[in-house]
Design a protein around this ligand. Structure first.
Ligand SMILES: CC(C)(COP(=O)(O)OP(=O)(O)OC[C@H]1O[C@@H](n2cnc3c(N)ncnc32)[C@H](O)[C@@H]1OP(=O)(O)O)[C@@H](O)C(=O)NCCC(=O)NCCS
Length: 199
């Protein structure tokens, strides 16, 4: 594992797509495969590259964890630095009815991230590993690296939202000690971890 470098970006975009359907391959689900990573990965690489860590197999980057240290500040930066280009690439359709239109809407509404943040868990994260590097302790190791980086910045805790049907990921987070937090709806599970936890 090592810190993210800009040359990893294309590899990581592919990781995001190949794990983006509740943990399964989302290739071809949307008009362009860049849409998912442009919502869930690109903003973090652009705004918080110092909190991105990758699994490097020697051949390629096959996994990542990315995060925002302060979700409120991240939302403001997203609106200022990411949204203009995103909005030009993905125009809004209202009302948003199809899964693709709803994903585009989410990309236009970074404020939606604020709903899950709290004083105790102001940071949030996304983690994805390609199937061939899963189940070897690398997810745990990436979370450990991220917790250290967040601790060094004085951040007390980190949260995330995961689809309720992604039971494998939920089992992983619970194993690491994440606690279940109030969720906005039945389709989402919200989990939080103090950065002082040893994982
Ligand atoms: C979820 C994910 C990040 C976990 O990373 P990983 O490297 O496979 O997990 P690790 O090998 O580090 O597992 C750490 C611990 O969690 C446990 N764990 C992992 N997956 C589990 C599962 N499906 N069920 C039960 N326990 C599980 C492991 O047994 C291990 O416990 P141990 O260290 O006490 O033996 C990875 O599998 C992944 O990227 N999945 C696809 C994308 C995804 O769903 N991302 C999350 C979206 S919110």
């Amino acid at each position: 594992m090592r810190p993210y470098r800009p040359g990893d970006r294309q590899d990581l975009y592919e990781v995001c797509v190949r794990t983006g359907d509740g943990g399964a391959d989302a290739t071809g689900l949307f008009t362009t495969d860049d849409l998912l990573p442009d919502v869930f990965l690109g903003p973090y690489l652009a705004i918080e590259p110092g909190l991105a860590f990758v699994v490097d197999t020697g051949e390629r980057a096959s996994g990542y964890v990315v995060a925002a240290a302060d979700t409120e500040r991240f939302v403001a930066e997203h609106r200022r630095r990411w949204l203009p280009r995103f909005a030009a690439t993905y125009p809004l359709t209202e009302p948003a009815t199809t899964p693709e239109e709803r994903l585009v809407l989410l990309g236009h509404r970074p404020e939606a991230m604020l709903a899950l943040a709290s004083d105790r868990y102001p940071a949030h994260l996304h983690i994805d590993l390609l199937p061939d590097v899963q189940g070897r302790g690398l997810g745990r190791a990436l979370i450990r690296l991220l917790l250290g980086a967040l601790r060094a910045r004085g951040v007390p805790g980190v949260h995330l939202g995961v689809g309720a049907r992604n039971t494998a990921a939920i089992a992983f987070y619970e194993r690491l000690g994440f606690a279940t937090l109030p969720a906005p709806d039945d389709a989402t599970v919200v989990l939080g971890l103090s950065t002082s936890t040893q994982v």
